[in-house]
Design a binder for this molecule. Structure first.
Ligand code: NAD
Length: 543
């Protein structure tokens, strides 16, 4: 192999295209949407680089139009999980031995393919499959995904450059080995970029992967595999299986070579998996790495000097974009009584203009929630609030699943700060507000801090700098991503590394050096140039 200490191409955040009327990207995306809406897709699993089909075909339907059949995917079982593990273990020696620049080139090429020829495809499958509007899809399935793949390469270099000091006659080196065994990547439905990164990040560091996506995000998962293959990813490095979560974990968490879990999803699922891994710990060759970014009950806390219009805009964007199905979405707000009426008026004005509907109509700000289970849970939360003496629906509160799973943006005012929707994650376009008296700010902060298990994102609004300092330090442990006078969503790779504490996850900050460090097991090598031949030290000599 030719050798060199190579310099990477310039790495920058992928610019967001506007999709405004008349732009080339809008024309191309509309064409792609029309094409996919016609097509009858047939989506196989990918194990050891091969397409695997079964007799168990499951429907793929857009959440915003559940009458429409887009095609099928092939559901697997235990045997496919075993095949995927075998393929990952078979691919491992060659993949871990491959030069870092070749691994980097594969992911950089994949990023360029997504930025260029596959941009419309990534947006179209995410829009149709996961019901995202063009802008929400562009910032996720295109820009964030590209940023993950490019910045991971840059961060891998930073890790490889982390080397120990040496003394005269000695050279110390750190070898950044991948983990021994295979990694299980388990992804949620809501971000195509996260799904791509859960397998991509450990793979870049030389690991091989079994990847199980959410059953409601299979269309985009398959496209990720297609592009990685075109970019040169060898067979068996990432193996994509469509099986039930329990079926997958039953096989994987009992396997001796299970080396790590890279998860994003709900806290309950993560907790149960952590428990199983703990119980099985003596079965494994090494201590598995457990990385999980989980749920949130993200807040907006306005203080009495806050600007009502700014707070209202943060609510409309932070709580309702992508139907509130972002782990970072604001789902509880504490608003002081002096700005509440004005804030509510502005939110109502915004929401009276917000349109809800299918993704093909670009003027729809809100699309459908992901599936019927989610719809039913959210509709029940709205009905319960309408019936409760402790809550009032002050805006929205309507829903309709006749053609798609549409929940209209809803604001619940809680009369007590411990009303259920102030504490539990709903994952939909519902924000609960508790209005507090400014003189009660200390108690309100205590409630904010202690009433949920989560600590993912939080936003404060104030125009008083003393108060900003005070809130920033008082709320330090309530959020892994904390925003001052801004909405709590929209983290950008390399700018706001993302992740939370407490019940919101292990906070390993996807897309950063911290995350990649979890996928390596460093080996320190000491090499001595003139080797000792006498066991004695000078202090033992006679005078
Ligand atoms: P989920 O936990 O229901 O599912 C995540 C994955 O786990 C899916 O692939 C699913 O099939 C699988 N799964 C479900 N039950 C399982 C079980 N018992 N055993 C093994 N696997 C199982 O989550 P979701 O609904 O897809 O995504 C939404 C959740 O993800 C929310 O809680 C959200 O806050 C969280 N999330 C967190 C972040 C973050 O960065 N913190 C980002 C995105 C989403």
């Amino acid at each position: 192999m030719p050798k060199g200490v190579y310099k990477l191409p310039d790495i920058k955040n992928e610019p967001i295209l506007s999709y405004a009327p008349g732009t080339a990207e809008r024309v191309s995306l509309k064409q792609k949407l029309a094409e996919l809406n016609k097509g009858e897709v047939d989506i196989p699993m990918i194990i050891d680089g091969k397409e695997v089909r079964t007799n168990d075909k499951r429907d793929i339907r857009p959440p915003h139009n559940h009458q429409q059949l887009l095609g099928h995917y092939h559901q697997g079982d235990n045997s496919h999980v075993k095949m995927a593990i075998d393929a990952a273990l078979k691919a491992k020696p060659a993949w871990e031995a491959m030069s870092w620049e070749s691994r980097a080139a594969i992911f950089l090429k994949a990023a360029d393919l997504i930025a260029g020829p596959y941009r419309s495809d990534f947006n179209a499958v995410t829009m149709i499959g996961q019901s995202k509007n063009a802008f929400q899809s562009e910032i996720d399935a295109v820009c964030e995904l590209i940023d993950f793949y490019r910045y991971n390469v840059k961060n891998m270099m930073e890790i490889y450059k982390m080397q120990p000091n040496s003394s005269p006659g000695v050279w110390n080196r750190m070898v950044w080995r991948p983990l021994e065994g295979f990694i299980f990547a388990l992804s949620p439905f809501n971000f195509t970029s996260i799904a791509a990164n859960l397998g991509g990040a450990p793979a870049l560091m030389g690991n091989t992967i079994v990847w199980k996506p959410s059953k409601t995000a299979i269309y985009s998962a398959y496209l990720i595999m297609k592009v990685l293959k075109e970019a040169g990813l060898p067979d068996g490095v990432i193996n994509l299986v469509y099986v039930g979560g329990r079926e997958a974990t039953e096989v994987i968490f009992n396997h001796r070579d299970f080396a790590g879990l890279h998860f994003t999803g709900s806290t309950a699922v993560f907790n149960s998996m952590w428990g199983t891994i703990g119980k099985n710990i003596s079965k494994y060759k090494s201590y598995p790495r457990i990385v999980g970014e989980t749920g949130g009950k993200d807040y907006i806390f306005a203080e009495e000097t806050a600007d009502a219009k700014q707070v209202a805009t943060a609510i409309t964007r932070g709580a309702f974009e992508y139907q509130g199905q972002k782990c970072s979405a604001a789902s509880r707000a504490f608003i002081p009584s002096n700005i509440w009426e004005e804030t509510l008026k502005f939110v109502k004005e915004d929401l009276s203009k917000v349109k809800t509907g299918v993704v093909e109509d670009f003027s729809n700000f809100v699309n459908a929630v992901i599936d019927e289970d989610s719809f039913d849970k959210l509709a029940k939360a709205i009905d319960d609030a309408k019936a409760s003496p402790d809550a009032e629906v002050v805006c929205g509160g309507t829903y309709d699943k006749s053609t798609g799973y549409f929940i209209h943006p809803t604001l619940i005012q809680a009369k007590t700060p411990d009303y259920i929707t102030m504490k539990e994650e709903l994952f939909g376009p519902i924000l609960t507000v508790y209005v507090y008296e400014p003189k009660d700010i200390e108690q309100t902060l205590d409630i904010l801090d202690s009433s949920t298990d989560y600590a993912l994102t939080g936003a404060i609004f104030s125009s008083d700098r003393y108060m900003i300092e005070k809130l920033t330090s008082r709320l330090m442990h309530t959020a892994g991503n904390f925003y001052i006078n801004d909405k709590p969503t929209g983290a950008v790779v390399d700018q706001q590394p993302f992740g939370g504490g407490r019940g919101s996850g292990t906070n390993d900050k996807a897309g950063s050096v911290l995350n990649l460090l979890r996928w390596v097991s460093p080996q320190c090598i000491k090499e001595t140039f003139v080797t000792a031949t006498d066991y004695m030290y000078p202090n033992f000599l006679e005078e």
